[in-house]
Write a protein that binds this ligand. Structure first.
Ligand code: GDP
Length: 196
């Protein structure tokens, strides 16, 4: 697929307002500031497709993009932002779980984690939900350029070891929007999921 052709379709305030559950959807999730918007912009070769934001935690929307007819990328709001009220967090987590469990068109989940701080509680919760739903996962260790290559490999291996107990279909890759590393691996995985 040509990801440069990706276009914004619509935003939804929550899971209950998503468009019809048809075609194939691949969702992107991650803690606020993990580098999700940057990764989506890099993938699609567009500067402003997903908004990179320095003020996370505002009212956040689910953004839907179309790569090709019936092939959508879903940008889920970042989680784990400290300044969001507990009540709002709980609500959002509940609907994230529902989305992962119930969305028929959802065929893959990309979880972005800063390579320096991977596998926080909510990341593990997301992986757990995905595995429960038999949804394949790609973990991107973002901002890899912040570490020397030896340290990158060490983190990659540590994460690979740590996810073994989940016993799911989980791929791990290092990624950098700045250096465009891991991009080809991401594209190949998305192509594979979209072509199922
Ligand atoms: P989001 O909240 O997950 O959408 O994260 P953003 O994409 O807005 O990125 C958060 C911050 O990390 C911004 O300051 C980005 O410039 C920075 N960032 C994102 N990707 C990279 C990367 O690959 N390398 C480096 N060095 N910084 C990055």
């Amino acid at each position: 697929l040509n990801y440069a052709k990706t276009k914004f379709v619509t935003s939804a305030p929550d899971i209950n307002h998503l468009p019809a559950d048809t075609g194939i959807e691949i969702a992107f999730a991650g803690r606020s500031n993990a580098g999700k918007s940057s990764a989506l912009n890099t993938l699609t070769n567009q500067k402003n497709l997903a908004r990179t934001s320095k003020t996370p935690g505002r009212t956040q929307l689910i953004n839907l993009f179309e790569v090709a007819p019936n092939c959508r990328l879903v940008d889920l709001p970042g989680y784990g932002f400290a300044q969001v009220p507990e009540e709002v967090k709980r609500k959002w987590q509940k609907s994230l779980g529902e989305y992962l469990h119930k969305r028929e068109s959802l065929k893959g989940l990309v979880i972005l984690m800063d390579i320096r701080h991977p596998l926080k509680d909510l990341d593990q919760q997301m992986i757990d939900w995905a595995v429960q739903s038999e949804l394949p996962v790609m973990l991107l260790l973002t901002k890899a350029d912040k570490l020397a290559s030896g340290a990158q490999k060490k983190q990659l291996n540590m994460v690979k070891e740590a996810i073994l107990p989940f016993q799911g279909d989980i791929t791990v890759a290092t990624f950098s929007s700045l250096k465009r590393t891991g991009l080809e691996q991401l594209r190949q995985k998305l192509d594979y999921w979209f072509e199922q």
